[in-house]
Design a protein around this ligand. Structure first.
Ligand SMILES: C[S@@+](CC[C@H](N)C(=O)[O-])C[C@H]1O[C@@H](n2cnc3c(N)ncnc32)[C@H](O)[C@@H]1O
Length: 225
């Protein structure tokens, strides 16, 4: 698929500077967002096995394994996954290069699936959600962390930062186009209501959505019963 190929190439190109720019451009807020992702996983038995889809350089997996869980990380980009492999303990983190559209796992393998800032990059969101649903055990949960468009006056300031300031700062260290793409992908991502509808259409239940950082980031929690 050409689109997936382009996305893979883009993340391969920015992999080396990804963590540094993530912390810088989010003003360190990404640490708080990942902490919320971890909180959203509870209650969860310590023996639970978690799949972190679009694991990237493993920053979300890192927070999860610190609490004693085992995480299987999947990502399309070999360069991103190689960085995650270097960063995280081999005892608790199992990285795999693969696509969210065709996950190499049997049905009902995982107690939870997390996906941080990944699903927005998957052009066929419904296909990715079907895969997440398939690999979850009954009673399991999906926790999806994703950007969103804020409303009101803050939207004007936020749009200006994301469209004009962020790509120019990123250009000093990495590929400007990738960070221009970031803003476009946020604008094209479904609204929280539309995303909730997609989750329900997939078969998920008990949807909970939590807004963070003035509505620029959301945690979507959904169960498979
Ligand atoms: C913005 S990064 C997020 C990485 C990490 N989850 C984090 O929070 O820092 C998006 C990741 O999604 C991965 N990705 C994009 N499309 C994918 C797909 N179809 N299947 C698996 N991973 C994908 C990219 O390679 C990239 O590492």
């Amino acid at each position: 698929m050409q689109e997936s190929h382009n996305i893979k190439a883009m993340f391969d190109n920015i992999a080396n500077k990804y963590d540094f720019l993530n912390h810088l451009l989010s003003l360190g807020l990404d640490f708080c967002w990942r902490k919320e992702l971890l909180n959203a996983l509870y209650p969860l038995d310590i023996k639970s096995i978690i799949c972190d889809l679009a694991t990237g350089t493993g920053d979300s997996a890192k927070v999860i394994i610190k609490k004693g869980f085992k995480v299987v990380g999947v990502d399309l980009s070999l360069k991103m996954i190689k960085i995650s492999k270097k960063k995280l303990s081999k005892k608790s983190f199992f990285p795999l290069c693969g696509s969210g559209y065709q996950l190499p796992f049997k049905d009902e393998t995982f107690d939870a699936v997390t996906c941080a800032f990944g699903i927005r990059n998957m052009h066929s969101i419904d296909k990715a959600l079907i895969e997440i649903f398939r690999i979850l055990k009954k009673g399991g949960k999906a926790v999806i962390l994703e950007f969103s468009l804020p409303s009101g006056a803050f939207k004007i300031f936020y749009s200006f930062y994301m469209k004009y300031i962020l790509p120019n700062i990123a250009a000093l260290f990495s590929e400007k186009e990738a960070y221009e793409y970031l803003w476009n992908s946020i604008c094209n991502f479904p609204s929280t209501d539309e995303f909730s509808d997609l989750l329900i259409k997939t078969g998920f239940m008990g949807i909970e959505q939590k807004s963070m950082s003035f509505g620029t980031v959301y945690i979507h929690k959904a169960y498979k019963f």
